[in-house]
Design a protein around this ligand. Structure first.
Ligand SMILES: [Zn+2]
Length: 414
């Protein structure tokens, strides 16, 4: 894509009303725009990152047989009264229609998907079934100060699975736990499986925590076993598995998996006829990943004093191609020609490239902005190319450029 065509704006100064590093960088680099506290617009660059994350999630969930759907975000009050959560859910956004009907704006979707699944299943042959969506959620948070980590409106992946009994939920939950680690890994994050401190190894719920000094949560981590326990009620600081002293870490929770048992099936009377011809309650699990939060967490982990350093799989583009123009018009014609040729070549090879072809921006500004945006690979075409017939090439986190030819370049990028 030509950079002159991208709808974005970068800033030299930090926004005055943000404390969180992730929000500061995402705003400065033109990925998001703040509308109000806890409410952000995603600009084209930001949406590209979100879509990359979403596609990783889709790929991995579809592989284990999950099906995608899209549920309404306008939830009639009576659905939430059935579970008692119209009163009890502390961050529920409530709204009223012209006719006086009351609704909540979806903070989660158990109240909608259980009545739906009730219609979809009747026999044990219809189970298991696993349905997910990637959709907007609303939470009426009192305080929001962590940028993209805690918002009033955000994108979430929520998966719900339905089974014949508790063992099947546990089994499926273990599969999802593994897939989650893979999803986070592909996003560049080493998430740590974190259990409630209850002490059981057949955990009722698992959190996926990413270590970073900016984290809101605290976990106790065993580097031997690569698992952790969350801070609540954890008294002993020793690993329950190997007895090693646990390490205290600040973390961001990027996902969680829960065994719901029959709690919601009871509320909505979701049953099936088993092999023995008896009617039984459906067992269920639910599994969340905060998608916008994940983008925030990635930025918290991957940045330096110059800007963001995107992991390759979630970067808005793979390559930032930058033409550096000189004072000599003849030389500039050559630089332009080489740059456009390389741009076409990379596009043909299906390598996603952002091409800073702008002629009215100084070399210094281009390079500073490129570091801020944080695309993983940088190719600079300028004076050096004319001298050596080689591209100046570097990874975003390298200190110096390497001079390489086209064959070497394509080999690295492919
Ligand atoms: Zn251990």
């Amino acid at each position: 894509m030509l950079q002159s065509k991208v709808a974005y704006k970068t800033y030299k100064e930090n926004p005055s009303d943000e404390e969180a590093r992730n929000a500061i960088l995402l705003i400065k680099a033109g990925f998001v725009e703040k509308v109000s506290s806890g409410i952000y617009n995603l600009l084209p660059l930001g949406l590209r990152v979100i879509q990359k994350i979403e596609n990783i999630i889709r790929e991995e969930l579809n592989k284990i047989g999950c099906q995608e759907l899209l549920l309404t975000n306008l939830h009639p009050k009576e659905y939430w009264e059935k579970t008692g959560r119209w009163q009890k859910f502390d961050v529920l956004f409530k709204t009223q229609s012209q006719t006086g009907s009351e609704y909540s704006l979806a903070p989660t979707h158990e109240e909608i998907i259980f009545p739906l699944v009730k219609k979809l299943i009747s026999s044990y042959k219809d189970l298991p079934i696993a349905l997910y969506q990637i959709h907007t959620k609303y939470r009426d948070e009192l305080r929001v100060k962590s940028g993209l980590l805690r918002n009033r409106e955000f994108i979430m992946k929520d998966l719900y699975s339905f089974h014949r009994n508790n063992e099947e939920v546990e089994k499926f939950k273990k599969i999802v736990d593994k897939v989650y680690l893979k999803i986070f890994k592909r996003c560049g994050l080493d998430a740590i499986e974190t259990y409630a401190s209850g002490g059981t190894f057949s955990p009722f719920s698992t959190e996926f925590q990413v270590p970073t000094p900016a984290g809101e949560d605290t976990i106790y981590y065993c580097s031997n076993c690569r698992i952790a326990w969350n801070k609540e009620i954890m008294k002993e600081r020793k690993c329950k598995q190997c007895k090693k002293e646990l390490q205290e870490l600040k973390t961001i929770e990027v996902g969680n998996t829960f065994n719901l048992g029959t709690k919601f099936s009871e509320a909505f009377d979701v049953r099936y006829i088993d092999k023995d011809n008896k009617e039984k309650l459906v067992y269920a699990g639910c599994y969340g990943i905060g998608v916008t939060r994940l983008m925030g967490a990635i930025v918290e982990v991957y940045n330096d004093e110059k800007g963001i350093i995107w992991p390759e799989e979630v970067a808005p583009f793979k390559v930032h191609l930058i033409s550096i123009y000189l004072k000599d018009e003849k030389k500039n014609q050559k630089i332009k020609k080489i740059s456009y040729e390389l741009y076409e070549k990379l596009n043909k090879e299906n390598i996603e490239v952002l091409f800073d072809e702008r002629e009215n921006v100084s070399p210094g500004e281009k390079l500073v902005e490129s570091d801020l945006i944080g695309i993983p690979y940088k190719i600079v075409i300028g004076e050096n190319y004319l001298k050596y017939k080689k591209f100046d090439f570097k990874k975003r986190n390298w200190k110096y450029y390497k001079q390489i030819n086209l064959a070497q370049l394509l080999k690295i990028l492919k």
